[in-house]
Write a protein that binds this ligand. Structure first.
Ligand SMILES: NC(=O)c1ccc[n+]([C@@H]2O[C@H](COP(=O)([O-])OP(=O)(O)OC[C@H]3O[C@@H](n4cnc5c(N)ncnc54)[C@H](O)[C@@H]3O)[C@@H](O)[C@H]2O)c1
Length: 324
């Protein structure tokens, strides 16, 4: 548990709070007695069921609105101490299919949030970046200051966020921290639709005896990060008082990677199923290997991942089993 006492005095705005990572962060803040938790979400990929238990709580507020609308952002910022900005259109393939939509939410919406925070005097903003900003660099592990050629409009949108965050910190003295998430998974990650991520798809396959598909040979590696670790990073970033921590971006991961083939075997073994996945063509924009160096987040934020892959998959499986 992190910063449980400080949470009580504060008002939070969580954009994208009806989505996967945002709603897990809302859980943590509400559980720890936050004075106010306001969610701003346009429900394009969020689910009311994720935040339904809180609707009757006086500390909880929900705004059904879009971050591409400046007035909505300004209104959402009123009376807020801290912002965790999670709203965005995720998925590399979606961005390749619809670069304009990705740009609107992820870049224009992000800039609106920064301007609204600046104008409202909200000093502390934590935002979701992504490991996609490493592009085609082959370094392993990946360190924050070395990035490669970007491979998708999604990666461009997240890199643009980092550039804007840097100049807003510099010019307006705002305390902004970016978190480069590496393949986050866990409860409430949506297994449906064309842009579903691999772990919920595998969970759905083993629980419902569906075919499981792996893009390419399955030897690509990922640093899969349980959502509780992402929540921890957000909370630590919102409450750090280390002046050196601001204006930076941090890898948020476990610092261990496995192949997608190993991932499937692990999920099938947890489920007690003897299943073989099918393979299909590589997906454009996908990187071959992804492993994070997390020493910067350790040093400046005191971040330490608590849940590693086996325990995280077990928790995730239990949740999917009880829900689907
Ligand atoms: N899940 C991952 O592995 C991962 C990895 C790297 C980065 N990220 C980033 O983390 C953040 C959260 O991702 P997630 O996995 O929880 O995704 P998600 O799709 O579950 O949540 C995003 C939420 O933002 C909302 N949203 C989208 N566009 C909006 C808009 N224009 N206005 C208001 N609300 C809007 C959606 O309705 C959704 O509820 C995103 O910024 C994503 O790009 C996620």
């Amino acid at each position: 548990m992190f910063h449980t006492n400080e949470i009580k005095d504060k008002s939070f705005l969580i954009t994208g709070g009806a989505g996967f990572i945002g709603s897990n962060l809302v859980d943590y803040l509400i559980m720890n007695g936050a004075r106010k938790v306001r969610v701003l979400d346009n429900m394009s990929n969020g689910f009311m069921v994720n935040v339904e238990p809180y609707l009757s709580l006086p500390a909880y507020e929900f705004i059904d609105g879009d971050i591409t609308d400046m007035l909505t952002c300004a209104k959402a910022m009123e009376g807020i101490d801290m912002v965790s900005h999670q709203a965005a259109l995720g998925s590399v393939p979606r961005s390749i299919a619809h670069p304009d939509l990705t740009h609107a939410s992820n870049v224009n919406g992000f800039l609106n949030m920064l301007i609204a925070a600046r104008d409202a005097g909200v000093q502390r903003i934590v935002y979701a970046s992504s490991s996609s900003v490493y592009g085609d660099i082959t370094d392993s592990p990946k360190v924050e200051h070395r990035t490669g050629r970007l491979l998708s409009p999604y990666a461009v949108s997240k890199m643009t966020n980092e550039l804007y965050a840097g100049v807003f910190s510099l010019n307006y003295g705002m305390k902004i921290i970016g978190l480069r998430y590496f393949n986050v998974y866990g409860q409430r990650q949506d297994p449906s639709g064309p842009y579903a991520a691999v772990i919920p798809l595998f969970m759905d396959a083993v629980l419902n005896n569906k075919e499981a598909w792996i893009n390419g040979d399955g030897e690509q590696t990922r640093d899969f990060t349980h959502v509780s670790n992402a929540v921890q990073a957000n909370v630590r970033a919102m409450f750090t008082d280390n002046p050196e921590a601001f204006g930076r971006v941090y890898n948020v991961a476990v610092g261990e990677s496995i192949t997608v083939n190993q991932l499937f075997d692990e999920v099938a073994s947890i489920a007690g199923k003897q299943m073989k996945p099918h393979h299909r063509a590589d997906r454009p924009g996908d990187v071959r290997s992804s492993l994070a160096d997390i020493s910067l987040a350790r040093k400046y934020l005191g971040y330490e991942p608590q849940v590693r892959i086996r325990e995280g998959l077990r928790k995730t499986y239990d949740w999917f089993k009880s829900t689907y």
